[in-house]
Design a protein around this ligand. Structure first.
Ligand code: CAA
Length: 258
């Protein structure tokens, strides 16, 4: 069995569960965590005993975004060369359904990860946002593209440009999540939905998922490539350094617009 540093895996009947497990950093998505998560999902995808998957965090946080400390000092060229975000793309090739079970903070790359899953079950305490603007950057792992498709342009603009955070009920109202349940039940609800789907015709489930995703594919890849270039480019700005340094030093950023 593979031993992981930042995730835990479990099997519940025909459902593979991945728990993000970096609670001291609110499950901030560093490079190792994301690549472990993707490896675990790929392993479940290959396992004939598994019919669907669930990804969860803990009650306080699904994930509070990409790891700011890992990238705060990076140059645009370093970001481009590391291309950590390409790890996120691996989820696109998972053929079985993946459900995100979200409680607490679901921010930045965390929200982008949840939106890369096929469905989202939210606890009443879940909070969804793209706070990258506070750091002097924009979402870089699909946030501008998938969010606009999920909640529409108006709400996506507020979230990306002005750090609007959605409550679980708002996320339900805007179509970001499938359902909202009390915090004690969010994981069971996700496991139960995944279990039902895992009990259905596997090929139809597989092709149904692929067909629905195809509906979103036209020009999405162009949008993602564009978004990524812009995200990396922002690491050439002074405001990115200032925004991330201010976060690490727990102070307010002083924006210069350069
Ligand atoms: N990266 C690195 N560390 C993080 C983190 C992140 N995204 N989010 C939280 N942490 C760390 C904090 O630094 C803190 O660590 P220390 O105890 O060592 O100081 C620990 O997790 C607990 O966090 P807080 O003390 O800040 O907890 P809080 O309850 O006061 O606040 C929060 C919670 C509002 C979520 C706050 O932690 C926060 O604003 N986090 C950053 C959210 C964010 O900006 N996400 C976007 C990241 S950029 C991105 O995701 C780019 C992309 O599109 C790929």
């Amino acid at each position: 069995m593979t031993v992981f540093q930042f995730i835990q895996t479990e099997v519940h009947d025909r459902v593979g569960l991945v728990r993000l497990n970096r609670p001291e950093a609110l499950n901030a998505l560093n490079h190792t965590l994301v690549s472990e998560l993707m490896s675990a999902l790929e392993n479940f995808d290959q396992d004939a005993q598994i019919g669907a998957m669930v990804v969860c965090g803990n009650e306080r946080a699904f994930a509070a975004g990409a790891d700011i400390k890992e990238m705060a000092e990076a140059s645009a060229v370093e970001m481009l060369k590391r291309d950590n975000i390409s790890q996120f793309d691996r989820i696109i090739n998972i053929k079985k359904p993946v459900i995100a079970a979200v409680s607490g903070w679901c921010l930045g790359g965390g929200n982008e990860l949840a939106m890369s899953c096929d469905m989202i079950i939210a606890s009443e305490t879940a909070r969804f946002g793209q706070p990258e603007i506070n750091l002097g950057v924009i979402p870089g792992a699909g946030g501008t593209q998938r969010l606009a498709r999920a909640v529409g342009k108006a709400i996506a603009m507020e979230m990306v440009l002005n750090n609007r955070t959605l409550t679980a009920q708002e996320a339900l109202q805007f179509g970001l999540v499938n359902r909202v349940v009390p915090v004690e039940r969010y994981l069971d609800e996700a496991l139960s939905l995944a279990g039902e789907i895992a009990g259905r015709a596997p090929l139809a489930v597989r092709l149904g998922k692929a067909a629905i995703n195809h509906a979103y594919e036209s020009f999405l890849s162009d949008g993602l490539a564009d978004e990524r270039r812009a995200f990396y480019l922002l690491f050439a700005s002074r405001d990115q350094k200032e925004g991330m340094a201010a976060f690490v030093e727990k102070r307010k950023p002083n924006w210069k617009g350069v």
